[in-house]
Ligand binder design. Structure first.
Ligand code: PMP
Length: 363
């Protein structure tokens, strides 16, 4: 018996990857089967990589049921670059984009969009410390908005849209970084879905962009080449060197996701994991969930204790017990358990046990 060197990694991202993915990558790291060289060394124009790329993108299409009239891109620059690329490509002069402000990442997206064009903040829950998603009656859309931008899951505040807002025929653009492929999704309800890979898809350095074909028409020929969606669509994400290793891990992660029963299979596990933690948080009042119940995230479970000193102790003792990464984001404090697709259910059970023990000692 060897000791398992791995801790339970509750980090918000980069985050835990499925063990079978790491094992396969490790096995093939010296030489990809049939290629005689590693994924870190192989040309992005080689047949081997072309087939890895096509398989990875094809698997995303299959897993998420992406319709044919959507393009799937594997870009770089993180979700943060999409804060800029989305308005540069889609926010035409003389039009307005609606943004719904549900937290720090929304605010960053809004800041970048304002550099490019007219932005209307159609709703904001800033006054409630972003502890909830706005209701339909609070959202004031521009009649002919070019698009409506939302942050599908708010990694820091621990909130998630329980259902999409009603926006008529305005395209929805969502930053899905922290909940992409965590459950069934109707891609046809979106104009653009973007996400940094480092939570649910693979390592950092790959950004997935799923874009409805007709929206690509908006990209002006005057845009800087690398910032134009059209460039990346026309070159199948190979205008420059893609993140070959990241795309490879994305493909393995999609294969793993399919083995888990795809999006409906993983959704069931994700709901069970989140329910276990929220049930424990609500059990006695010793812990306090920070998000309003109907806005709670299934991916980032945020909670607090009575005082900050106790929270520090909690995070420290949890780490000593092999439960790492539970400190809340530096901007909000408290605790955050990020339990993305690949986070094992045993780790959630271990955290629940730890929380009960911590309460017994200090409650
Ligand atoms: N949006 C959300 C919702 C995020 O959680 C993050 C990263 N934590 C970002 C955007 C920024 O992503 P990146 O670091 O890939 O630019």
């Amino acid at each position: 018996m060897t000791n398992n060197p791995r801790v339970f990694n509750f980090s918000a991202g980069p985050a835990v990857l499925p063990l079978p993915v790491l094992e396969e990558a490790q096995r093939d790291l010296i030489a990809l089967p049939g290629a005689g060289m590693s994924i870190l060394e192989i040309s992005h124009r080689s047949d081997t990589f072309e087939s890895i790329f096509a398989d990875a993108i094809g698997a995303v299409r299959q897993v998420a049921g992406v319709p044919d009239h959507y393009k799937i891109l594997a870009l770089q620059g993180g979700a943060s670059l999409q804060f800029t690329m989305v308005p540069m490509n889609l926010l035409l002069a003389g039009t307005t984009a609606d943004y719904i402000d549900t937290g720090s990442w929304s605010k960053k997206a809004i800041k970048e969009a304002r550099r490019v064009g007219n932005v209307n903040v159609a709703a904001s829950t800033a006054d409630d410390n972003y502890n909830r998603i706005p209701g339909a009656d609070e959202i004031h859309l521009t009649p002919d908005a070019g698009y409506v931008h939302i942050t599908g899951n708010n990694t820091i505040a621990g909130t998630e849209w329980p259902a999409l807002p009603e926006v008529g025929d305005r395209p929805i653009v969502t930053d899905a970084s922290s909940h992409i492929l965590s459950g069934p999704i109707d891609v046809s309800r979106y104009g653009v879905i973007y996400a940094g890979a480092q939570k649910n898809l693979g390592p950092s350095g790959v950004t997935l962009v799923i874009i409805r074909e007709d929206l690509i028409e908006r990209s002006s020929d005057d845009l800087p080449t690398m910032l134009s969606y059209r460039t990346h669509v026309d070159n199948d994400s190979h205008f420059n060197t893609p993140n070959t290793f990241g795309v490879y891990i994305l493909g393995l992660t999609m294969k793993w996701l399919l083995s888990q029963g795809g999006l409906s299979g993983i959704a069931e596990v994700n709901e069970r994991k989140a329910a276990k933690l929220y049930t424990e948080i609500d059990r006695t009042g010793f812990y306090r969930g920070t998000a309003v119940k109907d806005s709670r995230s299934r991916m980032n479970v945020t909670f607090r204790l009575g005082d900050e000193a106790a929270e520090k102790t909690f995070v420290r003792e949890a780490a000593a017990a092999g439960l790492e990464g539970l400190k809340g984001h530096r901007s909000v404090g408290g605790m955050r358990a990020s339990i993305y697709n690949a986070f094992p259910e045993e780790g959630v059970d271990a955290l629940v046990d730890f929380m009960q023990e911590f309460e017994r000692k200090r409650g």
